[in-house]
Design a protein around this ligand. Structure first.
Ligand SMILES: Cc1cc2nc3c(=O)[nH]c(=O)nc-3n(C[C@H](O)[C@H](O)[C@H](O)COP(=O)(O)O)c2cc1C
Length: 181
């Protein structure tokens, strides 16, 4: 006799017993996550004429009603504060041919921040956040909530518009390297 989801007993978080074991080694966690394939995306925003893009894999769907997704950004990087100020962002899912773009927006290839957007063609949809014209798909979002969780802040966005680029193989990050699928 299985429990239905709605009848499952729920323990409020503040009543949960404290763990009696130490936290898992972060390096071990990273080794585990290296085996977890992630679609490479560039999350973008624009505020007072300044654009910012960050390569991420920590992003996923939350709900289809209303359409909602989340993306996680490192809060120790002061340049990421612009996302909270603008209240808008776009999640651009990259194709196989976007590896140089992904590397640039990760700050790994030495391309200065202001030059990174020259590596792609950008447009806007409903919110004004930069949308990559040839992304596999782009989700244009209004920021609905932002939560600080350990080292990152989690941005929740309600999707206001979608742009479908050409259906092409996707850029994936797995085993600490770029792959295509
Ligand atoms: C494949 C890949 C995935 C990444 N995922 C994330 C992520 O989910 N969240 C995040 O804050 N940074 C992530 N990063 C790191 C950021 O891209 C990087 O710290 C940032 O863009 C540096 O920007 P800056 O040079 O403008 O400071 C990722 C990097 C790579 C290469």
């Amino acid at each position: 006799m299985g429990l239905t989801w709605s009848r499952m007993p729920v323990t409020p978080l503040d009543e949960m017993p404290l763990p009696d074991h130490p936290f898992l080694d972060p390096a071990l966690y990273r080794d585990g996550m290296a085996r977890y394939a992630g679609h490479v995306q560039v999350v973008t925003t624009e505020f007072e004429g300044v654009r910012r893009g960050v390569t991420v894999t920590a992003a996923c769907s939350v709900s289809d009603n209303p359409p909602t997704l989340l993306a996680c950004l490192n809060s120790s990087n002061a340049n990421n504060a612009i996302f909270g100020k603008s209240g808008i962002f776009a999640l651009n899912s990259l194709a196989a041919h976007h590896e140089a773009l992904a590397t640039a927006f990760a700050g790994l290839s030495g391309v200065p921040a202001e030059e990174r957007f020259t590596l792609g063609t950008w447009t806007t949809l409903a919110t004004g956040a930069p949308v990559l014209a040839d992304a596999v798909v782009s989700f244009d979002c209004r920021l609905t909530d932002i939560k600080q969780v350990s080292t990152h802040f989690v941005m929740f966005g309600e999707v206001k518009a979608i742009h479908f680029g050409e259906a092409r193989p996707s850029l994936i990050y797995l085993d600490r390297g770029f792959r295509t699928l």
